[in-house]
Write a protein that binds this ligand. Structure first.
Ligand code: FBP
Length: 552
């Protein structure tokens, strides 16, 4: 494949590592903390993870490590949605393995966890790795969303690791994929396998974070990519002064991406799903809120603006949340009888009597093309595919209707022209920022140290991320420590807890302090494109969310 000049230049970029990982390889030892506990549902989780529950936190320190030079065979899986930096996790893991022992082998498991089930692998050589350093995408081995859940799937995965004689498997994924990694670690141990399992925190959504994990990789690059586009639209609309842009932003349930983009670009409106839920705002209240800004700005002669909408909004509007949960449970329990490609009216008939009358009523009230999007197939983890629900169009339609009514009653005299957009896939494969390049490479390298040290059931972890990279702190967090039990697919399952936007946290508070001004005045910021070469303050600084969260 021919490559661009930027790609060539990025090949030469040397990712920065925490000091402990950049020194002598045989001078990295591990330090174990106290045993840990799950977030809640401890007894149930202890029962499920009999062999891997409650392991101690791990940090790295200088010191002799007898195991680090072992010859190892490791498999790596990219799981779930693409996130910029995945290739660098693999590069860091590869370089660590080879530094430890030149004879070690890294297998790329193709097409996500499904590749482990069917034993589809490729040996990753230096020549292959070098073509993907510091690039976006997951195309080095592909990704997939298969969840390893049936007995047969677990047994086939075990067969694959036995056949390849793998010492470890690294799962690069989000909360669901890492929950699956924890189950795999337990299963392998319970079945006498030597294969360890280590996870890496991936997702543009930014919702795999907690006391120990400061951010998931890919969030920084994706938000900067979307913010560049939002900034460009802001300047366009501030020039032509004739459109309101309704922009839905990816991010699944959590509104971290929308909030970060709002902090970077200062739009007129940014909806935050978590706040919508807390205040129990109905769809009509949300429409009123948007209209209030449109009306105010029209009075100032500004018939244009920017509205940011988090992808998962609909899941947080009380009446729709209820609808989704009833649909999910019904489809999970009677999925074999539900046919997603029958006609919409036949689908409505099928749901009649299976979901409450209120929910059925809402489904009928929604524009049919949107209502149908609620009925599409769930992902393998039972999630409704919010990226496929056109909330931005739904809101444009409802806002237009409301403004027309207000106009008839002489309560609005402006001109309203709206365009809708969805920024999602555009940001998932961008060239990783320097931050994501460095962070991912460090995560991969740290995964190698955890493996070489004989650990299983851990998430590779790098902290202190707002400091220069040489001061970052690497180690491992036990996967069970981040878990609780939640309702999935109609029954309670162990899951790594998703982090939603904290309405008391600094990022939201900063937004809240400014949003009334932004709703009325034009305060847009145009952040411009990601810069890869140049002064550190332009090229290396992490997301505003992370900086605010780390502020004392
Ligand atoms: P992960 O949770 O797997 O990282 O996926 C992130 C994401 O980009 C979400 O923001 C989005 O809702 C979803 O993937 C889209 O899924 P798909 O790629 O299957 O359309």
């Amino acid at each position: 494949m021919s490559v661009s000049a930027l790609q060539h230049a990025r090949y030469a970029y040397n990712p920065k590592l925490p000091e402990i990982l950049s020194g002598q390889i045989d001078n990295i030892s591990i330090k174990l903390g106290e045993p840990t506990e799950a977030l809640s549902d401890k007894e149930e989780l202890r029962e499920i993870f009999k062999l891997t529950y409650g392991k101690p936190l791990v940090s790295f320190e200088k010191g002799k490590n007898d195991k680090i030079n072992r010859e190892l065979k490791v498999g790596v899986i990219l799981s779930g949605g693409q996130a910029p930096g995945g290739h660098n996790v693999i590069a860091g893991l590869f370089d660590g393995l080879k530094k430890g022992n030149q004879n070690s082998t890294l297998y790329g498991i193709k097409g996500g966890p499904g590749g482990l089930i069917i034993n589809e692998t490729v040996i990753l050589t230096k020549e292959i790795i070098d073509q993907f350093r510091n690039t976006g995408g997951f195309d080095i081995i592909g990704s997939g969303r298969t969840k390893i859940e049936t007995n047969e799937q677990f047994a086939s995965s075990l067969e694959t690791v036995k056949k390849l004689n793998l010492d470890a498997v690294v799962v690069i994924g989000g909360d669901d994929s890492n929950t699956n990694a924890a189950l795999l670690a337990e299963y392998f141990l319970a079945n006498g396998s030597k294969t360890q399992v280590i996870g890496c925190p991936k997702t543009i959504d930014g919702d795999l974070k907690n006391e120990h994990i400061e951010t998931s990789f890919g969030f920084d690059t994706a938000c900067k990519t979307y913010s560049e586009l939002i900034g460009n639209l802001s300047r366009d609309t501030n020039s032509a002064k004739k459109y309101w842009h309704f922009i839905k932003l990816m991010g699944r349930s959590a509104s971290h991406i929308a909030l970060e983009c709002a902090l970077q670009t200062q739009p007129n409106i940014c909806l935050i799903s978590e706040e919508v839920e807390q205040k129990a705002l109905s769809l009509y209240k949300i429409v009123d809120h948007i209209c209030a800004s449109i009306i105010k700005r029209a009075e100032n002669g500004e018939n244009f603006g920017i509205v940011l909408i988090p992808e998962g909004l609909v899941e947080f509007i009380p009446e729709i949340k209820n609808l989704i949960s009833e649909l999910n449970d019904t489809i999970a329990n009677e999925g074999d009888k539900f046919v997603s490609d029958r006609t919409f009216s036949a689908q409505l008939d099928w749901f009649s009597g299976r979901i409450s009358d209120i929910s059925l009523g809402i489904l009928k009230l929604l524009p049919p093309e949107i209502a149908q999007q609620f009925l599409m197939d769930r992902d393998p983890h039972g999630n409704v595919q919010v990226s496929q629900i056109e909330t931005e169009k739904l809101l444009v339609g409802m806002v237009t209707k409301k403004l027309n009514v207000l106009k008839e009653h002489n309560q609005y005299r402006g001109k309203f022209g709206a365009l809708s957009h969805f920024f999602g896939y555009e940001g998932r494969c961008a060239f990783p920022t320097n931050f994501d390049s460095d962070y991912c490479y460090s995560l991969g390298f740290s995964a190698f140290v955890l493996i070489a040290s004989g650990l299983t059931g851990y998430l590779s972890n790098v902290k202190n991320l707002t400091a220069p990279a040489d001061q970052w702190i690497a180690g491992g967090v036990p996967l069970t420590m981040m878990m609780d039990m939640e309702q999935r697919h109609g029954s309670k399952k162990p899951v790594i807890k998703k982090a939603l936007v904290d309405l008391n946290g600094k990022p939201f508070k900063t937004f809240e302090k400014n949003r009334d001004l932004w709703a009325e005045k034009t305060c847009f910021i145009v952040p411009g494109a990601i810069q890869y070469f140049g002064p550190a303050e332009v090229c290396d600084s992490p997301s505003i969310t992370l900086r605010l969260e780390k502020e004392k």
